[in-house]
Design a protein around this ligand. Structure first.
Ligand code: HEC
Ligand code: HEC
Length: 245
C-alpha cells in the first residue's frame, strides 16, 4: 500500500484537532448558558418596562400626584381643568406671556419647568393630566361676606365665568370652581398688577386683567372668592361639567 500523501497526513492530523476544538467550543458555549441560568436575557425582555411618565415624575412634584395642587408650592389644582384651557395656559407660559415678570416667582417656576421639557413630553403629561378625576380643592380664605360676594360675582364675573363658575369656552374664560381660593386670590392680584395678562399677545389674559380691576378693593375680592369657593358644592365639578372637554 502506498504511504498517504502529505496532504492526507496533514488532514488526518488536522481533523481530530479541529473536532476537539469544535467540541470544546460547543461545551464551553453550553456551559456558559448553563452557568447564567436558563434564558436570563429572554426573561428580562418579558418584564414590562415600568415608565411612570412625565406627569408623575415632573408635574406631580409640584401639583401633587392627583393634580390637587399644593399650598407650599403655590401650585393650582389642575386635575379638573379642560383641555382647551390647559393647552392655552401652557402656550402662554411657553411664549413668555405668563411667568416672566421678575416678581412672579411662582409663574417663573412653572415656565422654567416647561422650557426644560420637549413639546412631546409636555403633550404626554397633558394626556395623563386629562385622564385624572377632578380633585377636591383646598380652601383657606376666611372672613369673606358671602352675600356681598354673591351680588358682586353676579355683577362683575358671572357674565364670563357663568353662574356655576365652570368657565365658558366661547369667552375663553377659565373655570374658577375646582381651584383653591388662595390660588384664585393670587391670580387676581397678578391680573390687577399687570403681572399676568399684561402682554399684548395674551388676548384672554388682557380681557381678564380689565375685569379684575372692576371690583374696587381687596375686601370685595375676598367676598367674591369666598362665594366662588362654595360654588363647587352646589354645582359639582366633574370632567364633563366644564365646557370644551
Ligand atoms: C416647579 C413646580 C412646578 C412644576 C414641576 C409644574 N408646575 Fe404647573 N404650575 C406651577 C405653579 C406654581 C403654577 C401657578 C403659576 C402662577 O401663579 O401663575 C402652575 C400653573 C400651571 C397651570 C395653569 C393653571 C391655571 O389654572 O391657570 C397648568 C395648566 C400647569 N401648571 C400644568 C403643569 C404641567 C402639565 C406640568 C408638568 C409638565 C407642570 N405644570 C409642572 C408649578 C409647577
Ligand atoms: C370679560 C370676561 C371676564 C370677566 C367679566 C371676568 N373674567 Fe376672569 N377670566 C376671563 C378670561 C378670558 C380668563 C382666562 C385668562 C387667561 O387665559 O389667562 C379669566 C381668568 C380668571 C382667573 C384665573 C383662573 C386660573 O385658573 O388661573 C381668575 C381667578 C378669574 N378669571 C376671576 C374672575 C373674577 C373674580 C371676576 C369678577 C370680578 C372675573 N374673573 C371676571 C374672563 C373674564
Amino acid at each position: 500500500m502506498p504511504s498517504p500523501s502529505p496532504t492526507w497526513r496533514a488532514l488526518a492530523l488536522f481533523l481530530p484537532v479541529s473536532l476537539v476544538a469544535i467540541a470544546a467550543a460547543i461545551w464551553m458555549g453550553a456551559s456558559r448558558v448553563d452557568y447564567q441560568g436558563p434564558h436570563v436575557d429572554d426573561d428580562r425582555a418579558d418584564i414590562p418596562v415600568l415608565n411612570p411618565g412625565v406627569f408623575a415624575t415632573v408635574c406631580a412634584t409640584c401639583h401633587g400626584a392627583s393634580g390637587e395642587g399644593k399650598r407650599e408650592m403655590m401650585s393650582p389644582a389642575i386635575a379638573s381643568l379642560p383641555r382647551w384651557y390647559v393647552e392655552e395656559q401652557l402656550k402662554q407660559f411657553r411664549l413668555g406671556h405668563r411667568g416672566v415678570d421678575p416678581g412672579d416667582v411662582d409663574g417663573q417656576k412653572m415656565r422654567a419647568t416647561l422650557l426644560s421639557l420637549s413639546e412631546s413630553a409636555v403633550a404626554e403629561a397633558v394626556e395623563s393630566l386629562l385622564a385624572l378625576p377632578p380633585a377636591k380643592p383646598e380652601h383657606t380664605l376666611e372672613g369673606g361676606d358671602l352675600e356681598n360676594g354673591d351680588i358682586l360675582y353676579e355683577t362683575y364675573c358671572m357674565g364670563c365665568h357663568r353662574y356655576n363658575g365652570h368657565g365658558e369656552l366661547a369667552f375663553r374664560s377659565a373655570p374658577l370652581a375646582g381651584l383653591q381660593d388662595w390660588y384664585l386670590a393670587a391670580q387676581m392680584r397678578k391680573f390687577r398688577e399687570g403681572v399676568r395678562g399684561g402682554h399684548p399677545g395674551d388676548a384672554d389674559g388682557l380681557k381678564m386683567r380689565d375685569a379684575a380691576r372692576l371690583p374696587v378693593d381687596e375686601g370685595e375680592i375676598l367676598d367674591i372668592l369666598s362665594f366662588v369657593a362654595g360654588l363647587e358644592e352646589r354645582y359639582p365639578v366633574t370632567k364633563g361639567s366644564v365646557t370644551g372637554e
